[in-house]
Design a protein around this ligand. Structure first.
Ligand code: NAD
Length: 296
């Protein structure tokens, strides 16, 4: 029988900041070659603390890259009609190339309906049915959802071969899980994909069979070392706040992957510093792509 110390592996850390910095070099060149300065409009409704941080990070990254940004803040009790009016105006404003409505929206707003209102050409989140439809058709050159696209980019950056491998995506959301599964299975990526969700039976068995695991659930540490095959590639999309008395603020961020998975996996993304920075970098890439397409 194998002894723990004989096979214990320390996973290579897939550094999202490093990969994002590499992508930013490409973006700077594209921005300076573009006939217009890309311009992103970000709309936030309400005061959700996490959303405020995400929006501030997006705007800071725009500033660093020389992308123009317009930040529109609406009160939590604003009407859906007010937001619809703003989106419609931005759709018609030729100086704006990308529109992002920060999720989550207050419960009285129809998030899907508002996503559909954004012009597909300015849909830098990649959630419009036309852009998701293109993805389903296998056209991966358009505006792709940022988080799954960021996962594909980091795998490519570290030269990780996924063709023919068994990939498991845990989570089937419109913004992460579902598009992630489609991208992994797309021609050129060529993984064989399983999607697990809240009704999945025998998640442990399915995980143990996977060469690649992408966890996008929102449940801190739910994937533990015993669920992971030795040498697997493990991507942690989850962002969870967990209580931590040792931190001044009383909490820290944790992913869906238990840190002990580093002892069995070959590759692992950290939280924070993994897919979070990649998501913002891909948003910047979509904004540049949108500006290029609107001014070609
Ligand atoms: P969501 O709540 O929309 O979807 C969660 C999914 O997990 C659902 O499809 C559900 O079926 C599945 N699920 C729930 N319990 C499960 C279980 N026990 N076993 C298997 N599947 C289960 O969430 P989301 O918007 O897709 O986000 C998922 C996580 O990713 C969250 O932590 C979110 O904060 C994070 N996230 C991170 C980034 C980033 O930039 N890193 C971007 C988007 C989302």
């Amino acid at each position: 029988m194998e002894r723990g110390w004989q096979w214990m592996m320390v996973a290579q850390r897939l550094d999202g900041k490093e990969c994002a910095a590499d992508l930013e070099v490409d973006l700077l060149a594209r921005i300076s070659a573009c006939s217009v300065t890309p311009h992103l409009a970000v709309i936030i409704v309400g005061e959700d603390a996490a959303s405020q941080v995400y929006v501030a990070n997006k705007i800071k990254t725009c500033q660093r890259l020389g992308i123009l940004s317009t930040h529109i803040s609406l009160a939590r009790d604003s009407s859906e009609d007010e937001l619809r009016k703003i989106i419609t105006e931005l759709n018609h404003d030729d100086s704006i190339h990308g529109i992002l409505v920060q999720s989550p929206l207050p419960a009285h707003m129809d998030e899907d309906g508002l996503t559909e209102l954004i012009s597909p050409a300015k849909d830098v989140d990649g959630f419009h049915p036309i852009n998701l439809g293109r993805l389903v058709q296998g056209r991966t050159d358009g505006l792709l959802p940022c988080t799954p696209a960021g996962v594909m980019r980091i795998l490519a950056f570290y030269g990780i071969e996924i063709s023919g491998k068994k990939a498991l995506v845990i989570g089937r959301s419109r913004i992460v899980g579902m598009p992630m599964a489609i991208l992994l299975a797309s021609r050129g990526a060529d993984a064989t994909v399983t999607i697990a969700h809240s009704r999945t039976q025998d998640l442990i068995g399915i995980c143990n069979d996977a060469d690649i695991i992408v966890a996008a659930v929102g449940s801190a540490g739910m994937v533990t070392a015993d669920m992971v095959k030795k040498g697997a590639i493990v991507i942690d999309v989850g962002i969870n706040r967990v209580d931590d008395e040792s931190q001044d603020r009383g909490w820290r961020l944790a992913g869906d992957i238990d840190p002990n998975v580093a002892e069995v996996a070959a590759y692992l993304t950290p939280v924070p510093g993994g897919i979070g920075p990649m998501t913002i970098a891909m948003l910047m890439a979509n904004t540049v792509t949108a500006a290029e397409c609107q001014h070609s």
